[in-house]
Unconditional design. Structure first.
Length: 380
């Protein structure tokens, strides 16, 4: 035996679907426009989450403490001879001087990351590259790559293998070279390094060790990995919040438009509601009908916008969203971040987009349900 309440909702849904189909042009236009608005918001939310995940995955392999030398408040090269003074600090397990730099590729004008790895040891004429870099250049093991040194000369490096990257950005922009090749390319003299990196025994001692580093090297700045993680999260959250704040303007405009369309019923819709009430429909039934119509339209638009946003993550470099999140200057090569779509982000997006549209239809639906069927029949 089907409960009366279930039969009531089934009867209303059975009427709503053909009614939407009869006005398919209008409803399709609303779904497309509404879906595009949701697509813009979802693109920001999903891409911000994906870029944050890329950044945190790269930081997970970083040492616990990075020591940089400051001069006039700016980062400069640090002497390798300063390493013993910080590795002697109690709690430091190991440390090494690190060589890394940004390198602008003259062929593509993209910024690559040159790194001298701790392992494996590379010969002076060898290099390792990310799989995406090799694919984009149509390179394989044994091929020769010519890079321009800081003096303008050409340096030939043989591809010795591919790097196992942690992120898509590393796959597209990371190059491992030997120390001699690095110094030829960048121009850093022997005895200098970009920074010092330290591994510690107990993570709870990080603040104490950082204080001791500043005492041993007064002109040094210790950076704890946890601080970098919080900084990356804050930067992407702030930038995505600014973009969402800007995009809320078209969202509100669409909600006002939906309210206006729902409140200003046409003659055909008024006649339809009047006929329904004349044949026995109650006010609550009409309100449910309008809510179901709004629910079908909003859910279809939400599905369309969310699907487009997920698909947009496969686009290497969106001309609008990606520069706003990563920085307006073109620093990185084109890369596709690993898609990260969580239930929390989808639920937040649902609340920001679907609920306002549904709420905007409640009062107009109630006003439509109070129409006197006799006045409608008379054409008033």
């Amino acid at each position: 035996m089907i409960p009366p309440g279930v039969r009531r909702h089934a009867r209303i849904i059975g009427y709503v679907l053909p009614s939407l189909a009869r006005r398919w042009r209008k409803n399709t236009a609303v779904v497309v426009v509404y879906g595009l608005v949701i697509f813009l918001l979802a693109s920001v939310v999903f891409l911000s989450q994906s870029l944050t995940g890329e950044s945190l995955a790269g930081l997970a392999r970083e040492p616990e403490i990075i020591v940089q030398k400051l001069s006039a408040g700016r980062h400069e090269l640090i002497p390798v001879g300063a390493l013993p003074s910080v590795t002697r600090i109690v709690g430091v397990r190991s440390g090494r001087a690190r060589l890394w730099a940004y390198y602008t590729d003259p062929a593509t004008r993209e910024t690559l990351a040159l790194v001298v790895p701790d392992t494996p040891r590379l010969d002076a004429g060898q290099m390792l590259a990310g799989p995406e870099f090799l694919r984009r250049r149509s390179l394989s093991v044994g091929d020769v790559v010519h890079l321009k040194t800081h003096t303008g000369a050409s340096l030939a490096l043989t591809v010795a293998g591919a790097i196992a990257p942690a992120t898509a950005l590393e796959s597209a922009a990371l190059l491992h070279v030997s120390a001699p090749a690095f110094r030829d390319l960048v121009g850093i003299a022997d005895g200098l390094a970009m920074d010092l990196v330290l591994r510690v025994r107990n993570a709870r001692e990080l603040p104490t060790i950082a204080t001791k580093i500043t005492q041993a090297l007064p002109d040094a700045r210790p950076i704890i990995r946890g601080e970098l993680v919080r900084t990356y999260k804050s930067v992407f959250s702030w930038r995505s919040g600014v973009i969402i704040g800007v995009l809320l303007v078209p969202v509100l405009a669409f909600i006002i438009f939906a309210w206006d369309k729902a409140a200003g019923l046409g003659v055909e819709e008024r006649r339809e509601i009047g006929i329904l009430k004349a044949v026995g429909w109650e006010t609550g039934d009409v309100i449910l009908m309008k809510c179901y119509e709004a629910g079908v339209v909003s859910l279809a638009a939400f599905a369309l916008g969310t699907a487009l946003a997920v698909a947009s993550l496969a686009v290497p470099r969106s001309p609008i969203i990606v520069p706003a999140l990563t920085g307006w200057s073109t620093l990185y090569p084109s890369f596709m971040p690993t898609a990260t779509v969580g239930a929390y982000q989808v639920a937040t997006l649902f609340c920001l987009t679907v609920f306002p549209y549904l709420v905007a239809t409640v009062i107009p639906a109630w006003r439509a349900a109070t129409i006197d069927p006799d006045m409608v029949m008379r054409g008033s």
